[in-house]
Design a protein around this ligand. Structure first.
Ligand SMILES: C[S@@+](CC[C@H](N)C(=O)[O-])C[C@H]1O[C@@H](n2cnc3c(N)ncnc32)[C@H](O)[C@@H]1O
Length: 253
């Protein structure tokens, strides 16, 4: 199909997908994990783990922490963990999961574009399968600001399944049906941000490949980071702080 009908169908698909994702991060947050397992044949958690393997610690910040599925593993691995998530429904699921794990954590309601943390707080910032916020220059400025010099901004922006085995082929078929024709993703156009050294990577997992980038803060400690003016009230809504040191912006350790 070409021309206007094809463009109409493409726009319709994008609109439907946006609505579906909005529901998944909202009223359907409780089934989010089940859907990622079914739709990605169990590979999602392995793609998330690739980000974990690239972190420098001890103090880490996860943007868009979602249902806390990666958070529990990071906390169990001994990281001093802070998660940030704007969706109250996703936060609710994450909070229950982290409380059940019984270890200290810090979970904050907020947006990546306005981080409620002090300058140079974290050794690493990570995000797995972020939405558009990861390409927003405001997010990059904020990540640069809260990272310590030499710190890393690690993102898994996509994953692809190997077309072997019934489960993966079924999942691939469902993806093509719902998301449209799939090819290995091209690296996204990142906002040019002086102060970072960026490289893209691909890493094989048992049933697929994870795609990501790693940006290292090369800006020295004494150089201030310019960030867009922010409304502090919009983001400083702590929904659950269960940490011995309750101040997420507690300065360098
Ligand atoms: C595809 S989900 C990924 C969740 C989780 N990281 C994972 O790997 O399953 C995207 C998440 O980003 C969150 N999000 C959306 N806009 C955001 C923003 N401006 N800042 C931070 N997180 C955001 C959504 O609420 C959602 O939980």
């Amino acid at each position: 199909m070409t021309g206007e009908p094809a463009e109409f169908l493409r726009c319709l698909r994008v609109k439907l997908l946006r609505t579906a994702f909005g529901a998944l991060y909202g009223p359907l947050a409780r089934v989010y994990d089940l859907i990622t397992v079914l739709f990605f044949a169990g590979e999602w958690a392995r793609w998330q783990a690739v980000a974990a393997g690239r972190l420098a610690g001890p103090k880490i910040l996860e943007l868009g922490s979602g249902t806390g599925s990666l958070a529990v593993r990071l906390i169990a691995a001994g990281y001093d963990y802070t998660g940030l998530e704007p969706s109250p429904a996703m936060l609710g699921v994450g909070l229950r999961r982290l409380r059940a794990a019984g270890r200290p954590f810090n979970l904050v309601r907020g947006r990546a574009q306005q981080l409620p943390f002090k300058d140079q707080t974290f050794n690493s910032v990570l995000a797995t399968f972020p939405t558009d916020y990861a390409l927003d220059p405001a997010t990059w400025a904020e990540v640069l600001r809260v990272l310590r010099p030499g710190g890393r901004w690690v993102v898994v922006y996509a994953g692809a399944l190997k077309p072997f085995g019934l489960r993966r082929r079924l999942a691939g078929f469902a993806q093509r049906l719902i998301l449209g024709p799939r090819e290995n993703p091209a690296p996204p156009g990142l906002p040019g941000m002086p102060g970072f050294r960026v490289r893209f990577w691909e890493e094989a997992t048992p049933g697929g490949v994870a795609f990501g980038w790693e940006a290292t803060r090369v800006l020295p400690a004494e150089v201030p980071v310019e960030v867009p003016a922010a409304d502090p009230e919009q983001n400083r809504v702590a929904v659950g702080t269960e940490e011995t040191d309750a101040d997420p912006g507690g300065g360098p350790q």
